[in-house]
Design a protein around this ligand. Structure first.
Ligand SMILES: *[C@@H]1O[C@H](CO)[C@@H](O)[C@H](O)[C@H]1NC(C)=O
Ligand SMILES: *[C@@H]1O[C@H](CO)[C@@H](O)[C@H](O)[C@H]1NC(C)=O
Length: 139
């Protein structure tokens, strides 16, 4: 009889240990998922330009449904985006994804429109070399 009780006790002890470790494992998984998400968020620095409040008229007035002519759309898109080319081509910030979100929001464009129509050879935003800053006139 004492043997059976001891056996049962050990059995329940093992069961408890098993249950606890199962929960802990589930917890660990959730925890590590959480921190992975946090790490992913940390990798991208917040865009220093607030794309929410820019004027998208230059794009929305020229690039229109249903055809979205590639030449007009890309010209307008570059007009808008090229001042920020350095930021947009920098994958360490979230400028490009933020900007595209707002372009699509304000212009109701299909996702990927500009990426598919205006892709440059290297996949980034191709802009003409920035105009040289006006130099002080020499006498
Ligand atoms: C946006 O720019 C256009 C010209 O491209 C201008 O006509 C319009 O007034 C501007 N809108 C705002 C809200 O600044
Ligand atoms: C990209 O942005 C980061 C953080 O703003 C900056 O430190 C880095 O120099 C930039 N890289 C390029 C290639 O501009």
């Amino acid at each position: 009889m004492w043997f059976e009780r001891g056996f049962l006790a050990i059995f329940f002890l093992l069961l408890t240990v098993f249950a606890v470790s199962t929960f802990t494992t589930a917890d660990d998984i959730l925890e590590s998922r959480g921190s992975t998400a946090r790490i992913l968020l940390q990798v991208k620095t917040a865009c220093p330009v607030n794309f929410e409040f820019l004027n998208y008229t230059v794009i929305t007035s020229q690039c229109k449904a249903p055809k979205y002519p590639a030449t007009l759309c890309c010209k307008a898109f570059k007009e808008f985006a090229c001042p920020y080319a350095d930021l947009l081509n920098n994958v360490t910030n979230d400028c490009a994804s933020t900007m595209f979100s707002y372009i699509n929001l304000y212009g109701k464009y299909p996702p990927g429109l500009f990426a598919s129509k205006c892709r440059s050879a290297n996949g980034g935003l191709a802009c003409p070399a920035p105009a040289p800053a006006p130099s002080p006139k020499s006498k």
